[in-house]
Ligand binder design. Sequence first.
Ligand code: 9QG
Length: 155
Amino acid sequence: VSAVIQCFNVSSPPQVIPYTGPIPGGLHPGEIIIIQGTVPPDADRFQIDLSSGCSTKPRSDVALHFSPRFKGSPCVVCNSLLQESWGKEETLHQLPYKRGAPFETIILVHDDVFKVAVNGTHLLGYKHRIPLNRVDTFSISGKVRVHAIGYIPNS
Ligand code: 9QG
């Protein structure tokens, strides 16, 4: 990916977690979000959320909730939050993240699906339940350290 990475979170690392920030110009097919971070040794879970606004009361709709879980049987849970209710979970019983290890996660935006790759390998697709044009906010929270968040616009 040789496009210019337009960082919207460039303060010196480590980034403050939880982090919430606007996605400049919203999300469109062909765009990419890159998250570079490290999983702390004691991590139980963390989550990346692509949301429609940043309200906490009432809580904004979440188009993509992407939640790697390290406790018990390792998995990645994806879901959407609509009118403050979680929908049906899509669980992948596979976890490419490791406690104590750095990672790079890339979210590729397609017109019908988000595709998530971790450390250069495709992990999962998540079909849109909320129209892409409503997504304007990026959050990351839980047991994670974030070094950089980059946004590659589609132009
Ligand atoms: O547990 O699962 C995803 O389906 C819930 C969690 C919730 C989500 C949800 O409590 O936790 O992961 O944003 C949230 O509320 C997170 C932190 C059935």
